[in-house]
Ligand binder design. Structure first.
Ligand SMILES: Nc1nc2c(c(=O)[nH]1)N[C@H]1C(S)=C(S)[C@@H](COP(=O)(O)O)O[C@H]1N2
Ligand SMILES: [Mo]
Length: 151
């Protein structure tokens, strides 16, 4: 299963987990950043910086999963973000092919499993707050607002 990587809306790379993980310089045990979780991970930001040809930093990362769950996260929340790619020497049983962990994120809901697309975006209009939910559906906050409006 390949992971599709985009700069804004342009696909720039298609990578297997093995290719992706070999490009990364900083590998560690995920429990160094996420206590209680085991497995091998690499640092997201240094991985991105090692191959991008863009000269400015992204404003946001958008990740999309196989089940169409997605998250949009401001770049400044990603300083300690990690990509989990292996557990007990094997591919992930839960979250295959890769899972994002955002230890400095606003919510555990941002720890997106089974990522198949990653978008490195430059668009300040996406705002300062992270969001998540199923694609083409309302996110949790929107659902809550809709619900409250009806009452
Ligand atoms: N692909 C995918 N990732 C996901 C979700 C999902 O529905 N699909 N749920 C998120 C939410 S809302 C939470 S709280 C955590 C739950 O992580 P866990 O399954 O390890 O408890 O995963 C996040 N990652
Ligand atoms: Mo959640």
């Amino acid at each position: 299963m390949n992971i599709h990587i985009y700069e804004d809306e342009t696909e720039v790379l298609t990578l297997s987990v093995e290719q992706m993980q070999k490009m990364a310089a900083k590998h560690f045990s995920i429990n160094e950043r996420v206590p209680g979780i085991d497995g091998k991970a690499f640092d997201l930001v240094t991985w991105y910086e090692s191959w991008t040809e863009e000269t400015t930093k992204p404003t946001h990362l958008k990740v999309e999963a196989m089940d169409e769950f997605q998250a949009i996260i401001p770049w400044i929340e990603l300083d300690s973000a990690a990509i989990l790619y292996e557990q007990n020497g094997k591919p992930l049983k839960k979250g295959n092919p890769i899972r994002l962990y955002v230890p400095d994120g606003s919510s555990d809901c941002l720890n997106v499993k089974s990522i198949v697309k990653m978008f490195f975006i430059r668009d300040k209009q996406l705002g300062d707050e992270s969001s998540f939910g199923f694609k083409n559906k309302l996110d949790e906050n929107e659902l809550k607002n809709q619900y409250l409006k009806k009452k």
